[in-house]
Design a protein around this ligand. Sequence first.
Ligand SMILES: Cc1ncc(COP(=O)(O)O)c(C=O)c1O
Length: 447
Amino acid sequence: MKSDKTVAEVKAEEAANRLAIHGGAAVRREPLPLEFPGIHYLDEEEIDAAVRLLRSRSLFRFYGVDLQNEAVAFEAEFAQWLDVRHAVAVTSGTGALNVTLSALGVGPGQEVIVPAYMWVSVIAAVVNHGAIPVLADIDDTFCLDPKSVEACITPRTSGIILVHMSGAPGDVKAIRQIASRHHIFLLEDCAQCNGGSVDGQKVGTFGDMATFSFQMNKNMTSGEGGCVVTNDLRLYHRAVACHDVGYARDEQGRLVFSEPDYCLWGEGYRLDELRATLLRVQLGKLPRIIAAMHRSKYRIRKALEAFTGVRLRRIIDPDGDTGCFLITIYPDAETARRVNRALRVEGIVTCPQGVSNVVMTDWGLHLYYNVPSLVNRTSIDGRGFPWKLAENAGLERQYAKGACPAADDLFARSIILAIPSCLTDRDETDIIEAFQKVMRATSLSAT
Ligand SMILES: Cc1ncc(COP(=O)(O)O)c(C=O)c1O
């Protein structure tokens, strides 16, 4: 068929389609906003709350000259938000994991199943308790594959840590069933998915216990911070004991020495009043923060659905996705790398050194084989703890690349893009246009 286009029009079209990486004009010149979801909503409200708290000169949660009980109030409000009975505020997500594993009684001679895609703190908490981490593979949800979990279970398995990664929930109902069938614990790490849900039920309420982080990259933040939640009163008392000085507290806040099961060892993760007051304000904003990221992400996802050569991460329940990351999957590693390089030169980056848009193999300590201490079975005492403990004899596991083939394949072929909570229509359009331009040039387009 004869084209009606003039030579000038054809040339203009060619110039518009020429990738920036090949000398064409980039889709955008301004860097994208940095991720940090809660930070973009931080305003006078947090500042007023912090000043009020400082004026009270009562920074400690248990007593002060004019105690404001901010940590107590935050725990009650966070528990109510999740619809869970008990919450213990702590100083970090890592602290929350340590407290939780202590409350659950994890120690030498036990295996704990962890996902190939997580954050290093998850494995560190298991190792620091003297137990052996067992890597289970992921599927295209980028969270635990129930089939792999089932295959990892042995008579020594004491529990499963399901990490709801990159903003969206894992298949928590399937994993819950496995844990119940084998009478082992399920711990949900919700650090990256605060506010996520499955069929209307919030993540963090499916397992025996759950942990949250309020570090600056998370959906709500006080810079650092964390929380442990549970519906189980015994586990709650044990978590209270471990996060503080080793003993549970009664309703008046007095230490309890009469219950042997609650007389443990303290780990010193108490949250201070200043951060608790910030978290109360951020919690009030969390639904808006999530709604903004969700809206942006699903506008971009919808546009990408037109491209047959690209697969999108499988989302268990799109309504329960907090939206803070978009993962796209390509036919092979070479294509993923080419697309990523081209997208970055089109301006889809936060700043030159930003990790907001990378092939997942560059995603650092989230990938099991990128954690040298795990691959090398590093020990803190220099004598092989916990790997060489007599109780752990025979619990040999592989941690080098190759241990989780589905994860290895997905990491190599996938790009992760952060979705900031403050994207404008223009930012979203630029992201979509950059993808469209690169897809067309990479023959991944059906259109
Ligand atoms: C999945 C996951 N678990 C635990 C943590 C640890 O949280 P924190 O940095 O507050 O110690 C993080 C933090 O990045 C995380 O992403």
